[in-house]
Design a protein around this ligand. Structure first.
Ligand SMILES: Cc1ncc(COP(=O)(O)O)c(C=O)c1O
Length: 368
C-alpha cells in the first residue's frame, strides 16, 4: 500500500513552497547552450573571499575527519570583541538563515502570529509557515517597511517581528529614530529580529547599528552574515546577537555542530581582513553608481538601494528575466512571493559583470 507522505507532513509544512534560489551558472550553460554566463542573482560578493581566508583554509584541509568546535569558541570570542558584548550574547548559525529558523522554532508555535512586511525577505514567510504560525503581512510603504502600520498590526498572540534593514529585495532601509520609536512601543515579550545581512554595505545617513541597542531592549535580536560583504556565502556562517537569556534558549534547539569547521576558520580570519571588506564595499559603491547612471540613461525607474543589489522596473520582470538567460545573464525576477512583477533584482557585480548585464538588458529591452 502506498503512503501519502505529503498528508503526513505538518499542516504548516504542507502549505510551503520550496525556496527558489538563483539559477546556478552551470545549470544555465547546460540548459541554454550559452557559455561564459554571469550570475548577478543571489547578492553574492563578486570580489570573492579574502586571500587571507583562502591561505588559512588550506592549512586546515587535512583535518576534515574531525567534528567542528560545537561552541565555535574562537569565532564567538572574536565576534563578542567586535561587538563589545559577552560571548553568551552570540549564537552562530549555518548562515543567518539558520538563525531565522532557529529563533522561530524556539519561540513560535501555531498559537502565535508573526509580523513582517510585504516585499520582505522570502525566508520570513517560510519559517513562519513551517511552524504553522499565523502570518501578519503588513502592506509596504514606498516598497519599504511601514513601521507605524507594523506596530498597529501587533496582536496579543504576536510572538515575533521580522525587520530587514536594509531589506532584500527592495534595498529600502530604516533610520535610527523610527526604529527606536518602534522598539520603544513594542512590549518586551515580543521578540523583534532586526536582520542586518547587508549592514557593511550601507552608506546612508542615520542608518543605525542596532547591535549597540542590545542592553536597552532585551527582546531585540540582531542577525548578521558572512555571506555578503565577507564573501563567504558557500561556507554558510551567520550569527545572532541577543540577550543571554534568549541565547540560552537558542542553544537548546541549535544542532550541536551547526557551523562547519572551515566556515568557523574562514569567518574568524575574515574578521581580521578589514581591508577586504572595505574593497568589497567600495566596489559595490562604484558598481551601484554604474547601474543607476545607466538605468537613468535608459529611462528605467529603480528603487534606491542600501545593499549590494538593486530593483529595476522593466514592466514584465519574468519575461525580461527569461530573455536575459539567453544572453547568458542570470538575475532575479521578484514577482511571485515578493509581489513585484514589474521588477528585476540585480546584484551589483564587478565593473565588467555590470557592464555585460546592462548591455544585455539594453539588447533585450530594445527587442520588445
Ligand atoms: C535580508 C537577508 N537576510 C538573511 C539572508 C541569509 O543569508 P545567509 O543565510 O547566507 O547568511 C539573506 C540572503 O540573501 C538576506 O537577503
Amino acid at each position: 500500500m502506498r503512503c501519502d507522505f505529503f498528508q503526513l507532513a505538518t499542516t504548516g509544512v504542507q502549505g510551503l513552497q520550496p525556496y527558489q534560489p538563483g539559477k546556478p551558472i552551470e545549470e544555465l550553460e547546460r540548459e541554454y547552450g550559452v557559455t561564459n554566463a554571469i550570475k548577478l542573482a543571489s547578492n553574492e560578493n563578486s570580489l570573492g573571499a579574502s586571500p587571507l581566508v583562502l591561505q588559512e583554509l588550506y592549512k586546515h584541509l587535512n583535518n576534515l575527519a574531525r567534528y567542528p568546535d560545537g561552541n565555535g569558541f574562537i569565532l564567538k570570542h572574536a565576534l563578542a570583541q567586535k561587538h563589545q558584548v559577552d560571548m553568551n550574547c552570540v549564537t552562530l548559525g549555518n548562515g543567518s538563515n539558520d538563525l531565522l529558523e532557529l529563533i522561530t522554532r524556539a519561540f513560535v508555535t501555531s498559537a502565535h502570529s508573526v509580523v513582517y512586511s510585504q516585499h520582505a525577505f522570502a525566508v520570513y514567510p517560510i519559517v513562519t509557515q513551517a511552524v504553522g504560525a499565523k502570518h501578519i503581512v503588513v502592506p509596504a510603504k514606498n516598497y519599504g517597511h511601514d513601521l507605524v502600520a507594523m506596530q498597529a498590526a501587533v496582536r496579543d498572540d504576536t510572538r515575533l517581528i521580522f525587520i530587514a534593514n536594509p531589506n532584500n529585495p527592495t534595498g529600502t532601509w530604516l533610520e535610527q529614530a523610527e526604529l527606536k520609536n518602534f522598539l520603544d512601543a513594542i512590549p518586551n515579550n515580543i521578540l523583534v529580529l532586526i536582520d542586518e545581512a547587508y549592514f557593511e554595505y550601507v552608506d546612508k545617513p542615520n542608518y543605525p547599528d542596532c547591535s549597540l541597542w542590545l542592553n536597552d531592549y532585551p527582546n531585540l535580536i540582531v542577525t548578521r552574515t558572512f555571506s555578503k560583504a565577507y564573501g563567504l556565502a558557500a561556507l554558510r556562517v551567520g550569527y545572532g546577537l541577543a540577550h543571554p537569556d534568549v541565547t540560552n534558549v537558542l542553544n537548546r534547539v541549535r544542532q550541536p555542530f551547526n557551523v562547519n569547521q572551515l566556515g568557523l576558520i574562514a569567518a574568524a580570519t575574515a574578521l581580521t581582513d578589514t581591508d577586504h571588506v572595505l574593497q568589497s564595499v567600495t566596489l559595490n559603491r562604484w558598481g551601484m553608481q554604474q547601474m543607476t547612471q545607466t538605468f537613468q540613461q535608459m529611462g528605467l525607474e529603480y528603487l534606491e538601494s542600501a545593499g549590494n543589489f538593486i530593483c529595476v522596473d522593466v514592466e514584465d520582470g519574468a519575461k525580461i528575466y527569461q530573455a536575459l538567460l539567453y544572453e547568458g545573464v542570470i538575475v532575479r525576477p521578484v514577482g511571485g512571493g515578493y509581489e513585484m512583477p514589474r521588477h528585476l533584482r540585480i546584484t551589483v557585480g564587478t565593473e565588467e559583470e555590470n557592464f555585460r548585464c546592462l548591455r544585455a538588458l539594453q539588447t533585450v529591452l530594445n527587442k520588445r
